[in-house]
Design a protein around this ligand. Structure first.
Ligand code: BGC
Length: 412
């Protein structure tokens, strides 16, 4: 393993900061009650287990309205220094985080110096701890003025995004080397424009297609703007790719092929405007006559199958892009911390196998440093290396975080 390899964890502004005022804020209030009433455990008719109804670390459970309102979240906006101390103590040498656009540009065209100053402090705090900052410009949230204009589907979205990227790039040009334009545009189009479970909560194929096109354009414009500020910036994108595997039989092979290709649709369209590829790995899907037939030998609290080998398979496939790869997210919800250590070890082992075979992987970021607001599911899924008590805001390092540390210590 190369000594310059980056090891760390990832977060996003909305999910950890607290007191955000963006397009999710209003959506949360409008939908919280309904989401509490319709929350179901996976499988859908299963009973909620006691460890999720009465979480050991306290905090709301999935049947309570407050679970769905981000409020103070982890108060990371104020506690970022303490949180980075923890990351440092866990052996990390890098940290992925996002800038909250709604703070930086709360009104159209008005950039907030105080909030820019806040992120300057965040970046400084990372540098002081020798944590290489990996900055994401957009991780699912929009300023309200922009969502009022149609959000990503606004004809001016790419223009606005370029302006925002240019401003942030100029402000932090001496402090940040690694930039990610947008996080999982694919997942956002699916959940925000097709399934309607994230803001803007729409179900429209036309809008989903339009959003995809705009994301492509927005990424390219932001890429060019950032490279103009400093050609030695490393600029990438983050995509969420599923490992689609055909179940036995010829027909399944035929059916899995389009799934695997649609999966990389976005990536193929931006590949010429990339210095690296950010890859979030969570899912495997065994395609069986159009259905998902996973073995589910091990599942997380959210019912997601744990399938580490899929990371290797996807890395082998991504090699054809001839770009450095960073695993920008990989993690699971595991409130009892019973699977996490094994999850991390096995995924890293498969990643190493891919690297031994020549795939150019340069970093691994566990999702997430802290328990946080898991988007539409709210607080109950516990993804953190560090447990958060949402009442006291106390942090507690989970045993699996120390196992991850051992792997890092051995590698560095
Ligand atoms: C997202 C994160 C999210 C994680 C777990 C990714 O899709 O980038 O924001 O919390 O997966 O669902």
């Amino acid at each position: 393993m190369h000594k310059n390899f980056f090891w760390g964890a990832a977060t996003s502004s909305y999910q950890v900061e607290g007191n955000n005022d963006n397009d999710w804020t209003e959506w949360e209030l409008r939908t919280a009650k309904r989401r509490a009433q319709t929350a179901h455990f996976n499988p859908p008719d299963g009973e909620w287990p006691d460890f999720l109804l009465n979480p050991p670390a306290g905090g709301p459970n999935p049947l309570q309205r407050e679970n769905y309102i981000s409020g103070r979240a982890c108060n990371h906006y104020n506690l970022f220094r303490e949180d980075f101390d923890i990351a440092k103590s866990l052996g990390h040498n890098a940290h992925r985080f996002s800038i909250e656009w709604s703070r930086i540009e709360p009104e159209e065209g008005r950039f907030d110096e105080k909030e820019i100053g806040h992120y300057r402090e965040v970046i400084r705090a990372l540098r002081e701890r020798d944590l290489e900052p990996f900055l994401t410009l957009w991780h699912f949230t929009l300023p309200r003025w922009l969502s009022a204009q149609g959000g990503i589907t606004s004809p001016r979205w790419a223009e606005y995004f370029e302006r925002y990227a240019e401003r942030v790039g100029t402000e932090f040009k001496d402090d940040v080397r690694f930039w990610m334009t947008v996080n999982e545009p694919d997942a956002y189009c699916l959940n925000g424009y097709l399934r309607g479970v994230w803001p803007p909560a729409q179900r429209s194929l036309i809008r989903a297609y339009r959003a995809t096109k705009h994301f492509v354009e927005g990424h390219k414009r932001a890429y060019d703007a950032l490279k103009k500020i400093n050609p030695s910036f490393e600029v990438g994108i983050v995509v969420d790719l599923v490992y689609f595997e055909a179940s036995r039989g010829f027909l399944n092979k035929v059916l899995a092929w389009p799934a695997a290709n649609i999966n990389e649709y976005f990536l193929r369209r931006v590949r010429k405007s990339l210095d690296f590829l950010g890859f979030n790995y969570y899912f495997h899907s065994r395609v069986h006559y159009g259905f998902n037939k996973n073995d589910n030998k091990m599942v997380s609290d959210t019912g997601w199958e744990v399938y580490p080998e899929g990371l290797y398979k996807m890395l082998a496939r991504l090699r054809s892009y001839h770009l450095p790869i960073y695993i920008t997210e990989n993690g699971l919800a595991d409130a009892r911390d019973i699977h996490r250590a094994q999850f991390i070890k096995e995924h890293i082992a498969w990643m190493k196998k891919a690297m031994d075979e020549g795939v150019d992987v340069r970093g691994y970021f566990y999702w997430s440093l802290l328990d946080n607001v898991e988007l539409d599911r709210g607080f109950w899924p516990r993804f953190g290396l560090v447990e958060v008590n949402y009442k006291t805001m106390e942090r507690k390092i989970r045993p699996s975080a120390l196992e991850y540390k051992k792997i890092i210590d051995e590698a560095l």
